[in-house]
Design a binder for this molecule. Sequence first.
Ligand code: TZP
Ligand code: MG
Length: 220
Amino acid sequence: MSEFDSKRIEELLTLYFIMGSTNCDRDPVYVLEQAIEGGITLFQYREKGRGALEGKQKVKLAEKLQKICKDASIPFIVNDDVDLALTIDADGVHVGQEDECARAVRERIGNKILGISTHTLSEAHHAIADGADYLGLGPIYPTQSKEDTEKVQGTELIQNFRELNITTPIVGIGGITSSNANKVIQAGGNGVSVISAIAAAENVKQATEQLKKQVDKNVV
Ligand code: TZP
Ligand code: MG
């Protein structure tokens, strides 16, 4: 487990913004600043897809975005790249089933936050045993932001996990907007993670505020 207790992790998951340069048609720095003003609670740097930055450029953007998060007291999570997370002393790492073995990641990152994407009960049990601080469940709805996704799960997956007594903090991902975020929370999610609903919004701050309002209204 990380230095944060699970109550704090649940709070951090409320509105979890994920972004890399390929998700933005504007300066990612501007997008992140606006998203923070709008009320995001956690940020993940996910530099992936066609045209993604690599090497020094990837590190440079990570450091820029990390500084913005630090100044706003928003924990900074790195997707997949454990080496990068350790190099820049990020607050945590998020890995999927196809990435570095979660148990090995936990050993490498010590008490930083560890998030793991899971799609089945068996994956969830393994993730928890490996030291996950939270589970990412999805895609809840169809998404344009990730090509190699598992099948669409609906909010039923979250509800099933809760009914099967999975008490680990859960965040839903995939196609979540201010119109359906309430369903994710009602199903038992502690928060929502989004890429396009914030990164591609015309008015980033306003879109973030709307999402936050929907989640807050439904959190018990
Ligand atoms: N993992 C499952 S769906 C997804 C990821 C990274 C993409 C979510 O992006 P969006 O734009 O919020 O649907
Ligand atoms: Mg991954």
